[in-house]
Design a binder for this molecule. Structure first.
Ligand SMILES: C[S@@+](CC[C@H](N)C(=O)[O-])C[C@H]1O[C@@H](n2cnc3c(N)ncnc32)[C@H](O)[C@@H]1O
Length: 286
């Protein structure tokens, strides 16, 4: 467990606020105090805007099978951050459990649930060793979490252990075959800025993949579809992947400022579908 202390401390000090930087509560339209209703409303708005293609009538309903899991269904989120997605699932009427490695997230998500009159079990836990029973949940998901922690295979084993046979899962991890990783991290920082000389592949991805203000974070290691297929395939009868190119305009902007604005949507979509930064794996446990 000890090597995750550094990961835990980093996310405790730099929680996922969707502010100008991790851990900051300043947004384009002002500063908000953590733990207030205005703060949660503002961070949710920002989080939703980053992922706008994934929403229909409700946030993330193009991703999450809300209709299949309603009152009485047990749902688990691994790495809940400040609780936006857990809130939406709790509003669906499910029995919500949300866990995270860092205490700031747990405190803030509990506060959010209290403010919004929602019920849920919100606990400090490491995804690599869940203190939860076998075959307990109907649906388990994790969004942008397990690439930040060593032992991905062990975390995925745990995720599948607590899921009921036939239960559904959804997992978003950063994608190594992406424009962002190839252009920003490998080419610009690694090659042009000469960082390859000083940093190994994991250090480079951790330093430039996320959290630039705080000199990156201790661990960011994006995955490939094949790697995930090897780890999840044995557990699942219908494993499927989607590359979510929600970052494409940012990645194109890094290539040439304004490129994302000039190119029409039809020209961008095929790139987004292949080389986006977010890889979504979903299916059901066999
Ligand atoms: C980028 S944030 C994402 C949070 C949330 N899912 C969201 O999208 O806003 C990463 C979160 O993963 C948590 N985390 C990292 N490693 C973890 C682990 N091994 N088990 C549980 N949570 C972990 C961090 O504490 C942090 O809150």
């Amino acid at each position: 467990m000890s090597e995750n202390r550094e990961v835990q401390a980093w996310w405790r000090d730099n929680p996922m606020t969707y502010g100008a930087e991790h851990g900051r509560t300043g947004y384009r339209d002002g500063q908000f105090e953590m733990g207030t209703p205005e703060f949660f409303e503002r961070l949710d708005r920002e989080f939703y805007s980053w992922n706008h293609p994934l929403h229909g009538e409700r946030p993330f309903d193009r991703l999450f099978p809300y209709r299949d899991y309603r009152a009485g269904a047990r749902v688990l989120e691994i790495g809940c951050g400040l609780g936006t997605m857990a809130m939406n699932w709790a509003r669906n009427g499910v029995e919500m459990t949300a866990v995270d490695l860092n205490p700031t997230s747990i405190e803030q998500t509990r506060r959010r649930f209290e403010l919004m009159g929602l019920r849920g079990r919100i606990e400090l836990m490491d995804g690599r060793r869940l203190d939860l029973p076998d075959a307990h949940f109907d649906y388990v998901y994790s969004w942008g979490v397990l690439h930040h922690s060593p032992d991905l295979a062990q975390s995925l084993n745990e995720m599948m252990r607590v899921l009921k046979p036939g239960g559904g899962f959804g997992l978003m991890l950063y994608h190594r075959r992406s424009i962002l990783h190839a252009y920003k991290t490998l080419y610009t920082e690694g090659f042009l800025h000469y960082e390859n000389r000083f940093l190994g592949p994991l250090e480079l991805a951790s330093r430039y993949g996320d959290g630039a203000r705080a000199d990156g974070n201790p661990h960011t290691w994006p995955v490939t579809k094949d790697e995930l297929r090897a780890m999840l395939g044995p557990f699942s009868r219908d494993l499927d992947f989607r590359v979510l190119g929600t970052d494409l305009d940012t990645a194109l902007h890094a290539l040439l400022p304004g490129l994302g604005l000039i190119l029409p949507a039809w020209a961008k979509k095929p790139w987004a579908r292949r080389f986006g930064w977010s890889l979504w794996a979903c299916g059901h446990k066999s």
